[in-house]
Design a protein around this ligand. Structure first.
Ligand SMILES: Nc1ncnc2c1ncn2[C@@H]1O[C@H](COP(=O)(O)OP(=O)(O)OP(=O)(O)O)[C@@H](O)[C@H]1O
Ligand SMILES: [Mg+2]
Length: 254
């Protein structure tokens, strides 16, 4: 199963992606977790030791230069088809059956820029989605820019995280529109930070034709987690909801 978590800034993408990864990992199957957010923090959410010391792929200048065939620092010319298949195993970090790849931030040289770093990351992401057999869970930033059409159409689900606010619903609608345009088959919403039935009703109503498959309560223990403490004990009720999301997606795939 190949899934991208996306949504407006701060809605809980990383938190929910990491909880979903843990739910999948309890089956014992291999999982590839990919942090596609330039402001990377999935490693910490997943409880990787030395999370801050993981070098993101985008910062591996020597590797990128070598693979992209850049000579004498001239970044105007680079390979369109770099060798990439050994990168996931070489440059991921592991914890049990979870492998994590941190993509990192690419310095953008202007709108529409296709520098070697971003071309390398795009190719790598394409490889992960198209060629690898593990479960793939990607923590995206709000956009889905790194997805080319070919990559997108092989992604099984985009899960848009929404909180009970007009802005996050509007972002979800924009993402859903874009996802459809680039050929993503299934887009579902997960409501987060829900404090009342009114919150859930609001999201359901405003999301219109984006199906809300599950809602996750606002929970104080998550706030502590966000402040840097280790993974909290997740309330049983919330664990159950992630099991439910997994079941819905698995059934949908079959
Ligand atoms: N259900 C929840 N209940 C309470 N707090 C939550 C919940 N989900 C997430 N949070 C908190 O909200 C904050 C933002 O969460 P998170 O970092 O997962 O969001 P994000 O969408 O990944 O943000 P960013 O756009 O910065 O990557 C964190 O402090 C997190 O602990
Ligand atoms: Mg995040």
């Amino acid at each position: 199963m190949k899934i991208a978590f996306t949504g407006k800034g701060g809605v809980g993408k990383t938190t929910l992606a990491s909880l979903f990864i843990q739910t999948l990992s309890s089956d014992g199957k291999e999982i590839l977790a990919v942090d596609c957010d330039p402001d990377s923090n999935l490693a910490r959410a997943l409880g990787f030791e030395n999370a801050d010391r993981i070098t993101p792929i985008a910062h591996m200048e020597d590797v990128i230069q070598e693979r992209m065939g850049i000579e004498s620092g001239n970044k105007s010319f680079f390979k369109l088809n770099p060798k990439i298949d050994d990168i996931p195993d070489k440059f991921s970090v592991s914890k049990g059956n979870i492998k994590l790849i941190v993509m990192g931030a690419v310095e953008q040289g202007g709108e529409g820029c296709m520098c070697p770093e971003s071309a390398f990351i795009k190719t790598l992401l394409g490889h992960l989605v198209l060629k690898r057999n593990e479960h793939l869970v990607m923590d995206m930033e709000a956009g889905l820019e790194h997805f080319g059409r070919g990559t997108a159409s092989s992604c099984d689900f985009v899960l848009v995280v929404v909180e009970p606010s007009v802005n996050s619903v509007e972002t979800a609608k924009k993402i859903a529109g874009f996802a459809k345009d680039i050929g993503i088959k299934k887009i579902y919403a997960i409501g987060n930070k829900v404090r009342s039935k009114g919150d859930a009703d609001f999201m359901k109503r405003e999301l219109k034709n984006i199906q809300l498959i599950e809602t996750i309560e606002f929970d104080k223990s998550f706030l502590e987690w966000g402040r840097g403490s280790s993974i909290p004990v997740i309330p049983k009720e919330i664990t159950k909801r992630f099991g439910n999301i997994k079941r819905i997606l698995e059934e949908d795939l079959n």
